[in-house]
Design a protein around this ligand. Sequence first.
Ligand SMILES: *[C@@H]1O[C@H](CO)[C@@H](O)[C@H](O)[C@H]1NC(C)=O
Ligand SMILES: *[C@@H]1O[C@H](CO)[C@@H](O)[C@H](O)[C@H]1NC(C)=O
Ligand SMILES: *[C@@H]1O[C@H](CO)[C@@H](O)[C@H](O)[C@H]1NC(C)=O
Ligand SMILES: *[C@@H]1O[C@H](CO)[C@@H](O)[C@H](O)[C@H]1NC(C)=O
Length: 307
Amino acid sequence: MAKRNYEKLKCVTLLMMLVYCSSAGTNCENECPKFCHCSGLCNSRRVDCSGKNLTAIPDGIPDDVVNLDLSMNNMTSIPDNAFLKFRKLEELRLAGNKLTDIPPKAFQDLYFLKVINLQHNSFRKVPADTFQNLSYLRELDLDANYIEDVPDEAFKRCRSLQLLQLDANQLTKVPTKALQYLKSLHALDLSVNKLTNIPDYAFRNLTNLIELILHENKIEEISDHAFEGLTSLSRLELPMNNLRKIPVAFISLKDLEKLSLEDNRIDFIPDNSFAGNKKLEILKLRRNPIRSFGTKAFKELPNLKEL
Ligand SMILES: *[C@@H]1O[C@H](CO)[C@@H](O)[C@H](O)[C@H]1NC(C)=O
Ligand SMILES: *[C@@H]1O[C@H](CO)[C@@H](O)[C@H](O)[C@H]1NC(C)=O
Ligand SMILES: *[C@@H]1O[C@H](CO)[C@@H](O)[C@H](O)[C@H]1NC(C)=O
Ligand SMILES: *[C@@H]1O[C@H](CO)[C@@H](O)[C@H](O)[C@H]1NC(C)=O
């Protein structure tokens, strides 16, 4: 019995080696574009064309590229079918170019694409269709652009997206309708924008969100039901805003462990301010003009380690 299993195992191992060898051999391309650096075997092929002042995607990128870096170049647009033959693409870096848009079907059928990096470009708007159907995408970086507008259906089928970076843009409102589809989102960065208020139910469907980063906005007002639905939120960052009081909205954040409120204008901490946040471990209140606090302001916070 044991011997038969051993034979079976030997056979399977041999088969796996065969598959590996054939994929590492003949099916593998060896070309590399002139200005780029290529490395890795077939199933981990990396092509690095960063920092070469390229105005267009170079010819000769092997079709089996898995990780493609075109960042820090001088590209202003992407042709419609630029990436379609890169069927194994998992990570695409286009940061530090001058892109204002990406064609709607640029990433169609790229089922392995997990990371798209577009920070430091010239987007004023999130493209309405381009990301919509990328149901396998895990990370989308759109920080350090000039984005004012996120179309309602821009992320409609992005059900695997875990990290969305929209920081350092020009947003004046939380893009609530666009965010509602992001059921898997773990981290959302909206810092360094121009938000002035967080309305009721702004993040209502983000039940898996763990980190919400909102520092360096101009937030004055957080409505009482603003954070409802954020049932997994563990870290909330609100430093460098214009808050004058502790928002009632914190009450719904039952999983909150870290809360940062530094550099606001809070002058009073009333009783039971954090009554809903029994798991709170770190509460940062530095650089607020606090004049007084209620005797029960920090009561019943058994896990608090740092204040
Ligand atoms: C980039 O390329 C353009 C021409 O395509 C040239 O005029 C420019 O000087 C180059 N810049 C650098 C930093 O090499
Ligand atoms: C980008 O390309 C344009 C047009 O070819 C050129 O004028 C400019 O100098 C390039 N920018 C940089 C930073 O090299
Ligand atoms: C996304 O999928 C929808 C529904 O299948 C389809 O109507 C739409 O054309 C697709 N969009 C793109 C940009 O491929
Ligand atoms: C978001 O939540 C609301 C209220 O629970 C619900 O009506 C809506 O259908 C949800 N949206 C999505 C895309 O699931």
